[in-house]
Design a protein around this ligand. Structure first.
Ligand code: NI
Length: 661
C-alpha cells in the first residue's frame, strides 16, 4: 500500500521548468497537475473509476525550504491528491512525486466523503427536477414549468436518518424563477426539500413539510431587468503613470519591504507563504482554512443548514474569474488558479487572484505648533484578493500589507442571502421579512484563519494580555490600570476566548529575540470581530462546529493538522479537527506553533440585504508589537501627490512643507 510504484510517464515537466521556479512553495502548475493525473491514471489501483476531489502541492518541509534558501537544491515537487469512486465509501489519500512519476503513498480513509464538486451542482438540480415525487410536490404548488425550478445543493450535515446512513449526500432547498434572469431567491419554494445520493446519482427522498404560498413579487438586481438608474458620478480613476511598485516573479511577490509567496488550492483558495518584512520572517503560512454558517430556525428542514463552505465545497474551486475595472480598480496584476476537474482534467480559472496597490490614507502625522511645521506621510497598502461564489453568497477575501508592518485580513460577504418563504407580514421569530413573503433567517458566519508564525525564527510563544484595575491598596486615586501578560504553556491553555472586560488581546512573541528595550519581539492579534456561538455544543451541528467555541486556539506545529473541523469533514461527526488536536495538550511555548483565530459575522438580515447584499465585513489585524524598535514607517520619504487638485480649481495646491523640507 505505501511503497513507491514507479510508472513510465509521457510528459513530465522538465528539469528546466523546475529550475525556473521562483520558490518551492509555488502552487502546482497546469503541467504538474496534468502530470499528477497521468501518474494516478497509470497506477493499476486507480486506472478505472477514480474521480479527483483535489490535487495540490504537497508543501515541502520548512527544513527543505530553508535549505533551498541557503543555496541548497530545490526540494522535490510532490502533490497531494484525494480520489474517490462512486462504487465505494471513502476517500483515497495519495502523495505523488511529479519528478519520479510515481505514487509515493496511498491510503484509503474508510467512510470519508469528498467535498461536493462544482460539476455535481447541475447534476443534482437535474436529478431533483426529474424526480416524479418532486414534480408532483411542485404541481401541488402550482408549478408546471420545471425548467424554472432552481435546486441548490446544500451539504447534508450529520443525521441519523436510516435511509441516509453512510451515504455521500446533498440536501437541497428550492426556489423558482419567474422568468429568464429573474432573481430566484425572491421566490422560495418553502417546505420542499430532497435528499440526493451523490454516488448513486439518485434522489433518496423528497420531503414535503407543507405548502407556503410562493411569493411571486420580483425583486431583481440584474441590470438587464432594471428600468432606472441613479445619475452616474464623475469618473474616479486610479492611475499609476509609472506602473505599480510591486514585483511578481512567478508567484513570488515583493513590494516595498514585504515579500510573500502566493499559493492557491481548491479547498482554501488563496494561501500565503514565507511572509517577510525587510528580510525578517513573520509567518510561514497564512490562510483562511474553514468557515461555517449555522442558521437559527428549527422549522421544517432549516436545522440542517450548517454549511462549511471551505471544507464541504472548497472556495478555491468556486473562485471567480475577476474582471478588470469591475472587481479590481487601478493597475492590476492577476494570477490564474490551476486546478483539476472531478473527471481528471487540468482546469484554469483565469485571473483568480488580484494583486494591486491602494492608497491607505494617513500613515502618520505631526504638526509642531511652536514651529508651525508638519510632517505627514500617507500610507499605501498592497492588496492580494480573490472572490468565491458559493451558491447564493459571495465571499471576497482580502489580505492587506501595510507600510507600518501591519497585516490585515478582511472578509467581505456579499451576494444574496438565503431566503425562505413566509406568509406576508408573518415572518417567524427566527428571521426578518426582507420582501413581502420572503424571510431572511438569523445566521452566523464563523471564519477560521490558520497562521504559522515565524517571528524572527521558528520558536514562538503566545502571551495573553489582560488589562486589570490596580488593587485598592496600590490605587489611592482610583485611576491605576495595567496589562498583565500570561504565557500560554500547553494546548489546553491555548484554548482562549476574547474578553472585552479585560480588553484581552494576544501577542505572538519570539522569546529568544529581543528588541532594543530588551523585550521579546512580537506581533499583536486583537480579537476585534469575534462572535458568540449560539449552536448547542452537543447538537448535531454544534458538534461539527466545535472550532467556533474558542476565538483563539494555539497548537503545536504539525503540517498535517490543517483544518479546524477536520480533514474530511463533509457529513463528519465532529470528532476530528481542533478538538482532537488540543486533546494531546502538547507544549506550545517557545517552539513551532500554529494560531487558529476564529472571527465572523452575526447576521440577522435586513431588508437592505435584499435583493443583493451590500458587502458586510469582518476580519482581523496583525500589528507589530515590539517587533520593531521604532515606527517602521519612519523612513518613508516626504512626498506630495502632485495629481491632487483643489475642488473647483485647476492648479494644484499642496500641503505645507513636505516636499520643501
Ligand atoms: Ni449572512
Amino acid at each position: 500500500m505505501n511503497e513507491p510504484i514507479a510508472t513510465l510517464l509521457p510528459a513530465m515537466p522538465s528539469r528546466e521548468q523546475h529550475a525556473r521556479r521562483s520558490h518551492p512553495l509555488e502552487p502546482l502548475s497546469a503541467a504538474e497537475i496534468r502530470a499528477a493525473i497521468d501518474i494516478v491514471r497509470a497506477h493499476p489501483a486507480f486506472a478505472h473509476g477514480a474521480l479527483f476531489e483535489t490535487i495540490e502541492l504537497l508543501e515541502p518541509s520548512r527544513a527543505a525550504v530553508a535549505a533551498w534558501k541557503t543555496g541548497g537544491a530545490p526540494p522535490p515537487r510532490e502533490a497531494r491528491a484525494n480520489l474517490f469512486r462512486n462504487t465505494e465509501h471513502g476517500v483515497w489519500r495519495l502523495t505523488i512525486s511529479i519528478e519520479k512519476g510515481a505514487v509515493l503513498t496511498s491510503a484509503f480513509v474508510e467512510g470519508a466523503r469528498p467535498m461536493i464538486q462544482l460539476e455535481q451542482f447541475v447534476l443534482v438540480e437535474q436529478l431533483v427536477r426529474d424526480d416524479p415525487r418532486f414534480v408532483a410536490a411542485c404541481a401541488a404548488r402550482g408549478i408546471t414549468d420545471m425548467s424554472l425550478v432552481c435546486v441548490d445543493p446544500w451539504s447534508a450535515g450529520s443525521s441519523d436518518l436510516p435511509d441516509e446512513t453512510g451515504l455521500h449526500l446533498c440536501h437541497v432547498f428550492c426556489w423558482l424563477r419567474a422568468r429568464e434572469n429573474d432573481n430566484l431567491y425572491a421566490h422560495p419554494i418553502e417546505g420542499l426539500n430532497a435528499v440526493v445520493d451523490l454516488k448513486a446519482g439518485a434522489v433518496v427522498r423528497v420531503d414535503d413539510y407543507g405548502i407556503v404560498p410562493i411569493p411571486m413579487g420580483e425583486v431583481n438586481y440584474d441590470s438587464r431587468l432594471r428600468t432606472s438608474f441613479r445619475a452616474e458620478l464623475k469618473p474616479l480613476n486610479v492611475v499609476q503613470p509609472e506602473g505599480a511598485s510591486f514585483r511578481l516573479d512567478g508567484h513570488k511577490l515583493s513590494w516595498d519591504l514585504w515579500s510573500a509567496v502566493i499559493g492557491f488550492n481548491a479547498r482554501e483558495g488563496l494561501t500565503l507563504h514565507d511572509i517577510t518584512y525587510d528580510g525578517r520572517p513573520l509567518f510561514h503560512r497564512a490562510s483562511l482554512c474553514e468557515m461555517v454558517v449555522p442558521y437559527g430556525s428549527p422549522f421544517s428542514a432549516h436545522h440542517r443548514k450548517n454549511v462549511f463552505d471551505i471544507g464541504e465545497y472548497g472556495i478555491g474551486k468556486l473562485a471567480n474569474s475577476l474582471k478588470l475595472g469591475c472587481d479590481c480598480l487601478g493597475h492590476i496584476a492577476y494570477l490564474d488558479a490551476e486546478l483539476n476537474t472531478m473527471d481528471g482534467e487540468a482546469v484554469k480559472i483565469e485571473r483568480a487572484i488580484c494583486i494591486h496597490e491602494e492608497d491607505s490614507g494617513l500613515l502618520w502625522k505631526h504638526w509642531d505648533f511652536r514651529t508651525d511645521r508638519a510632517e505627514i506621510r500617507r500610507g499605501r497598502r498592497l492588496v492580494i484578493s480573490f472572490i468565491a461564489t458559493v451558491g447564493n453568497y459571495e465571499y471576497a477575501s482580502y489580505w492587506y500589507f501595510k507600510q507600518d508592518g501591519e497585516i490585515e485580513y478582511e472578509m467581505k460577504a456579499t451576494g444574496i442571502i438565503n431566503t425562505v418563504g413566509c406568509l406576508p407580514g408573518e415572518p417567524s421569530k427566527y428571521g426578518v421579512e426582507v420582501a413581502p413573503g420572503v424571510e431572511g433567517q438569523i445566521h452566523q458566519h464563523a471564519f477560521c484563519v490558520r497562521l504559522e508564525p515565524a517571528l524572527d525564527g521558528d520558536n514562538n510563544s503566545v502571551v495573553e494580555c489582560d488589562t486589570h484595575v490596580e488593587d485598592d491598596d496600590a490605587n489611592p486615586y482610583g485611576n491605576a490600570f495595567y496589562v498583565r501578560e500570561t504565557l500560554l504553556q500547553t494546548e489546553r491553555d491555548g484554548c482562549r476566548k476574547a474578553d472585552p472586560a479585560t480588553m484581552r488581546y494576544w501577542r505572538v512573541i519570539n522569546p529568544e529575540k529581543t528588541n532594543r528595550v530588551g523585550k521579546p519581539v512580537g506581533y499583536k492579534l486583537a480579537p476585534s470581530n469575534v462572535i458568540t456561538p449560539f449552536l448547542k455544543a452537543n447538537g448535531p451541528s454544534g458538534r461539527r462546529s466545535a472550532f467556533m467555541r474558542n476565538h483563539l486556539w494555539v497548537t503545536a506545529y504539525d503540517p498535517e493538522q490543517r483544518y479546524p473541523a477536520g480533514e474530511y469533514m463533509n457529513r463528519s461527526s465532529g470528532a476530528d479537527g481542533l478538538i482532537k488536536y488540543v486533546a494531546q495538550d502538547r507544549p506550545i511555548a517557545n517552539r513551532p506553533i500554529v494560531l487558529w483565530h476564529v472571527f465572523g459575522l452575526h447576521h440577522l438580515p435586513r431588508p437592505e440585504d435584499f435583493p443583493v447584499q451590500p458587502c458586510i465585513t469582518t476580519g482581523f489585524k496583525l500589528m507589530p508589537s515590539g517587533f520593531f524598535d521604532v515606527n517602521p514607517g519612519i523612513d518613508l520619504p516626504p512626498n506630495v501627490n502632485m495629481a491632487s487638485r483643489l475642488h473647483g480649481a485647476s492648479a494644484s495646491s499642496c500641503c505645507g512643507n513636505a516636499s520643501a523640507g
